[in-house]
Design a protein around this ligand. Structure first.
Ligand code: HEM
Length: 1204
């Protein structure tokens, strides 16, 4: 009973110790939620079947959050799908080792990079990293291309013949590539490859390895044998080992003979070259080389094959995206069949990139990876994960998390990777190759090879499937598997001669129904107007015949299967105006339709539905509309609208400023008239004041400058203080003591026909205005700036840039600056309008002269300059650029000094003086007038598109021109300017960069504009002149320059070649030097070890000598010597005693042995005497003993007597 109690107590203590040693894991359950599972089993029973693993993980993560803690039997176990925690783990040096689940990989594939433990792993990784460097990858491109061409050959028999399983074919293909690129061996010639047995062997190992990972008992050969898996597994392993060994041996033999490998270049960084070199140098053993080779091939072939197959499968399920990808590839490779894809091509496959990323997001080829903590790891949320925890990183669920990827996270949509969608995502939210310290070594290899394969396959075939996306069932394996693999059908892409994309109508708008309708109602009178406008993705166009506004989503209608062509917005009240200007408000909630005799405002309906159409794409919608001040225009037939602009800072997006030819600006909020601001002398009722017109005093245009603080500070709300004040003192007190309040003003810059510019200082919604002017314009010009002024525009640079346009084609670029002191100090009264001295001055920096039509200026005939009003439009994407359109076409003007100004203002140097170094550039983009006749083909509408940037122009002839635009401000800069903005000092020192040189060579003084269709067909003479002129421009401005550029390129290439050769030589020298140094280092290391050993011996000898020397020193202390002698003596005694003791021990042992033996013998021979005999013998013996004693005594006595 006592023993039992003791046993139980001991067991209890052991159990308690066990629990105590794991207390930190139990404490972790309090910090990280998760399913506890059953005792002993933990959550293991939920993960018994591979098919259930991902589902079970998903349920736990849904229930407990993105990081959970539980038990796998007795093993503490975490599942993580939170990007931040994933980052903590992947970047921790204590989480480098793989989880125990991967133990089976060692057995199947060998102990290579994949499963090695740190620190061996870091050593191997460092040594093998160069095998996946950029240069090495580039050298694989011919292999990728060649093999994909062979794959296309193999796919030919499958064309249009129903759905097929392409996975085995793709795996064979990727295995071929992997062995060639890493092992340098073309397995295609091997018998085993041809018969597919090699692939079968690889698959068998992968399969058994996976079984072993998820059913740990199969790690025992006994159980494998029971399950009938051992024999094929063993055979496969042996065969693959032999296959790899043969390649290595062949390579070593080749190296000995000095022959070059047949397939790949002799780059020493190619995997096999690198590995065998390490073997030769003794860094790797033969087993290391075999294991690593095995792992690389295993790592490469199945993952890449799956990634390619899953992408094709998803594209087959989502044909729209497949078509988009096809379009991109077709644009790059117009001819189907075989073509070579270069590295640069792979970089340009932007859409394919999105698709590949999205495919690996939705179906990550490796769904779960595992790690274990080798020390405590502190997560960024403060929780410490103790040493010994197994961690599963659930890539699959993290890639499909709605919190990270939004509501359609579970579906395939490449837009998830558009820059604006991906930029806010956590860097570890998308990790198909993992990230951090132990990421996939072959990720770039995989991406390049997958892109090349996909590009060639998609260019030649359309892939379809009847398997719906929703029925996909994912099975966790080492790599991702599908329960049922969807089959794919290959349809050969028909060779269609794609019509060449029109260079003048890239958006193909000419053929749209919208513009067909617009053409019907085009005004007969050819004068420049603006019947188009664009807000975000909506293009508005005024249809004059039916008086309605047509709208089209130009961005979404690019896709092939768009159903909604355009929508008609019908104004609720009839618009009787002859609309010549369509202007959408800043937020796109209203559209102003302005004509010469009135303005109507149209309220836009709400947008909803997939493409954001109005009212989900209804074809016609009636919109609320209201005409402004109808009565006023009816009563004043001479009243004309000169300009309309939405106030850029109206909070309600509804403040419209209308400039009339009676020198007033009427401010409306929706339909309500809020203010009437006078900007000049009144015009006599009933007709324009003729004298005013003669002097050009009528305002023609205005624009709103950026906000500025009012210089004229006002006393703070006098009225409020009024009550507290003595009324008689009111003015005095107000003037003397009240604090001044700062007011924000929106200066309205108004230009009159004679070029005089005035400024109206007013708040956004204020009755109080101050008119100042005319503003002095410096430097003084002989005949004023803008005697034929027709338009003014403000670019909100710092200080604001003013563009003044004259109808003769001159554009003055000026700065609006504060005057130091008012020019003239008296207020003027001009026809009851109080005009203050101006607080501003305008400084003209440059004048650009536009060519208005080709004939007069370009043909050099000296004909009269064409005169036409110019309309100005700012480019909202690029502050430095604006557009000027007129009846002779369209110009794009780049104002270079704006960026110079910016740089000047940003520079902190006080001494720097602002100098205008680069003049602005006007590019004639579209010419609609190329003869001297009076007929014009005016621009009737101009709309600027954003993302992608473009411009749409509607011409009087009905033709629509749509062009793409460069948006990168850097590209618009002249080379000189460009150089200055780049802060690269060294570049400035070393002269202009090559790119700048090419830019300056290509910079044209004149460009060949696009020639719009003419209204009437040109005469032979006109055509001849046009041709001559075009040839002249092409020769002078294009061909000659291109020739120069070609020469510059040739020179540059030669120089680069020379430099490259020199650098290669230097690299080679350095490499040799490095080898010498490393050899020396080796030798030195050996020498060092030898020396340290010798040194140790010497030190020991020295110590002995020292002791002896000490002992024999004559002058050493007597006591010391005595002690040492004593010690010696004692040592000797101790030694002899020890020897004696040892002998004694031996004797003792012997004796014990003999005693024991004799006792045994005695026991054996013991004979029991009868009692009587025993007594008799005892008596006899006692008598004998007495006799002997007596005799001894006698002998002693005799001895004494004798004296012996
Ligand atoms: C689409 C293709 C591929 C995917 C999705 C992929 C994914 C991965 C992932 C997720 C890991 C990390 C496993 C873990 O942490 O447990 C990994 C490791 C690895 N991959 Fe890849 N891989 C791909 C292609 C390749 C290729 C082409 C190669 C070789 C040429 C390769 C060689 C390796 C190796 C050697 C490792 C172990 C790295 C180490 O632990 O240092 N992989 N791969």
């Amino acid at each position: 009973m006592l023993t039992w109690t003791l046993w139980c107590g001991l067991l209890f203590l052991l159990w308690f110790y066990f629990l105590w040693s794991r207390r930190r894991f139990y404490l972790l359950t309090l910090k990280i939620p998760g399913p506890l599972g059953y005792p002993i089993l933990g959550m293991a029973h939920w993960l018994m079947r591979r098919e259930d693993i991902l589902n079970a993980f998903g349920c736990f993560l849904d229930k407990h959050g993105p990081t959970i803690f539980s038990w796998l039997g007795p093993i503490p176990f975490m599942i993580v799908s939170d990007p931040q925690v994933v980052q903590d783990i992947f970047t921790s040096p204590h989480c480098i080792n793989k989880g125990i689940i991967y133990k089976a990989v060692d057995d199947g594939a060998g102990t290579g990079l994949f499963s090695l433990k740190d620190p061996q792993w870091s050593i191997h990784r460092k040594l093998l990293n160069p095998a996946f460097g950029h240069k090495v990858l580039l050298s694989f491109l011919p292999i990728f291309n060649r093999e994909t061409t062979l794959l296309l050959e193999q796919l030919k028999p499958l064309e249009d013949s129903g759905e097929k399983d392409l996975i085995p074919l793709l795996q064979r293909f990727t295995l071929g590539i992997a062995t060639q690129t890493t092992m340098g061996s073309d397995v295609k010639n091997e018998k085993s490859f041809k018969s597919n047995s090699l692939l079968g062997r690889y698959q068998c190992i992968l399969e058994t390895m996976t079984d072993m990972c998820f059913s740990p008992w199969l790690n025992s050969r006994f159980f494998r044998q029971l399950a009938g898996k051992e024999t094929p597994y063993h055979q496969a392993k042996t065969e693959i080992r032999q296959f790899i060994r043969n390649i290595i041996e062949k390579k070593l033999a080749e190296d000995k003979k000095g022959t070059l490998p047949t397939i790949q270049s002799n780059d020493k960084n190619i995997f096999l070259n690198l590995a065998t070199d390490l073997l030769r140098r003794g860094v790797f053993t033969l087993k290391n080389v075999e294991d690593e080779s095995n792992i690389i091939v295993f790592g490469a072939f199945e993952t890449t094959a799956n990634a390619v197959y899953y992408t094709l499968m998803l594209l087959a399920m989502f044909p729209d995206y497949q078509e988009r990808a096809f379009e991109e590839i077709q644009n790059m490779f117009p001819n189907a069949g075989d073509f070579d894809v270069t590295y640069a091509d792979t970089q340009q496959m932007v859409y394919l990139d999105l698709i590949l990323n999205e495919s690996m997001r939705v179906i990550p080829p490796v769904p779960v990876v595992s790690r274990q903590t080798t020390q405590d790891v502190k997560l960024s949320n403060g929780i410490v994960v103790p040493q010994g925890v197994q961690i599963a990183i659930d890539i699959y669920h993290m890639h499909r998390s709605k919190t990270i990827w939004g509501p359609d996270a579970e579906t395939f949509n490449p837009d998830h990777f558009l820059p604006h969608n991906i930029q806010d995502k956590h860097p570890y939210a998308y990790i198909p190759f993992t990230k951090g310290i132990r990421n996939c070594i072959g990720w770039r290899y995989a991406l390049i090879s997958a892109k090349i394969t996909l590009a060639k396959l998609l260019r030649n075939y359309r892939f379809t499937t009847s398997f719906p996306f929703e029925d996909l069932y994912f099975v966790e394996d080492i790599t991702m598997k599908l329960k049922a693999v969807p089959l794919l059908e290959l349809q050969k892409r028909k060779i269609i001669n794609k019509p060449a994309m029109s260079l003048t109508d890239v958006l193909k708008l000419n053929k749209t129904q919208l513009f067909a309708k617009i053409r019907d109602g085009l005004p007969l009178l050819q004068r420049t107007q603006n019947l188009l406008d664009c807000k975000d993705d909506l293009l508005f166009a005024w249809e004059a015949k039916e008086s309605c506004l047509l709208v089209r989503n130009w961005r979404s209608s690019q896709s092939a299967n768009v159903t909604v062509q355009y929508q008609t917005l019908i104004p609720s009240s009839t618009v009787s105006l002859e609309v010549d200007r369509v202007l959408a408000s800043n937020e796109g909630s209203l559209v102003a339709l302005s004509g010469r005799h009135g303005v109507t405002i149209l309220e836009l309906p709400r947008r909803w539905g997939p493409d954001g159409y109005y009212k989900d794409g209804k074809a016609s919608i009636t919109c609320r509309s209201y005409a402004l001040d109808t009565q006023l225009f009816l009563n004043n037939p001479h009243l004309e609208v000169r300009q309309v602009r939405w106030h850029p800072h109206s909070v309600s997006d509804s403040t419209l400023l209308v400039l009339l030819n009676n020198n007033t600006i009427r401010v409306y909020n929706h339909s309500k008239l809020r203010h009437v601001w006078k900007v000049g002398p009144s015009v006599v009722r009933g007709g324009t004041n003729s004298s005013l017109c003669d002097f050009g005093e009528v305002a023609v245009d205005f624009d709103i400058a950026p906000a500025a603080k009012s210089r004229d500070t006002e006393p703070a709300s006098v009225a409020e203080n009024e009550t507290a004040m003595d009324k008689s003192n009111k003015t005095l007190i107000a003037a003397k003591t009240l604090p001044k309040q700062e007011r924000i003003e929106w200066p309205v810059v108004v230009m009159r026909e004679n070029g005089n510019i005035y400024i109206l200082l007013t708040g956004l919604d204020s009755e109080v205005t101050r008119l100042q002017g005319p503003i002095s314009i410096t430097p003084q010009a002989r005949d004023n700036y803008g005697l034929e002024s027709c338009a003014i525009m403000i670019i909100p640079s710092l200080p604001p840039t003013i563009v003044i346009a004259e109808s003769n084609g001159k554009l003055h670029h000026a700065l609006l600056m504060g005057a130091e002191a008012a020019e003239h100090s008296f207020n003027e009264v001009d026809d009851f309008v109080l005009i203050e001295p101006s607080e501003y001055v305008i400084h003209v920096l440059e004048t650009v002269k536009l060519e208005l039509g080709l004939t007069a200026s370009a043909a050099g005939e000296g004909g009269a300059t064409h005169n036409c009003p110019i309309y100005l439009k700012r480019d909202l994407i690029n502050e430095m650029r604006y557009f000027a359109y007129h009846s002779a076409g369209l110009h794009a003007i780049t104002v270079n000094f704006i960026s110079e100004l910016q740089r000047y203002l940003d520079s902190e140097s006080v001494e720097e003086v602002f100098e205008l170094s680069a003049s602005s550039r006007a590019e004639y983009i579209l010419c609609t007038k190329f003869n001297s006749s009076e007929s014009v083909n005016a621009v009737l509408g101009l709309a600027l598109l954003q993302i992608p940037a473009g411009v749409v122009i509607l011409l009087g002839s009905g033709q629509v021109i749509s062009l793409k635009l460069v948006i990168d401000a850097q590209l618009l800069l002249t080379p000189k300017e460009n150089r200055q903005t780049s802060a690269d000092v060294s570049q400035q020192e070393s002269g202009p960069s090559f790119a700048d040189t090419i830019k300056s060579l290509l910079q044209r003084s004149v460009n060949q504009p696009i020639l719009a269709d003419k209204l009437s067909s040109p005469s032979a003479q006109e055509s001849y002149e046009l041709l001559n002129q075009a040839i002249e421009v092409l020769r002078e401005q294009y061909l000659k320059r291109h020739e120069l550029v070609r020469a510059a390129f040739a020179r540059h290439i030669n120089q680069m070649q020379l430099k490259k050769d020199q650098q290669l030589q230097e690299i080679e020298d350095l490499e040799q030097e490095r080898e010498l140094i490393s050899e020396k280092a080796h030798k030195l290391a050996e020498r060092f070890e030898e020396i340290s050993y010798n040194q140790e011996l010497l030190v020991r000898k020295c110590n002995g000598l020292m002791q002896k020397a000490n002992a024999s020193l004559p002058n050493s202390v007597v006591a010391e010597r005595e002690i040492s002698q004593e010690v010696d003596r004692l040592n000797k005694i101790t030694k002899s005693m020890a020897a004696g003791l040892e002998n004694a021990k031996k004797t003792l042992n012997k004796q014990r042995y003999h005693i024991a033996k004799s006792q045994e013998d005695l026991k054996k021979n013991a004979y029991e005497l009868p009692e009587k005999q025993h007594r008799t013998i005892t008596e006899i013996l006692t008598q004998l003993a007495g006799e002997i004693d007596r005799q001894i005594t006698d002998v002693k006595r005799i001895n004494k007597i004798v004296g012996v």
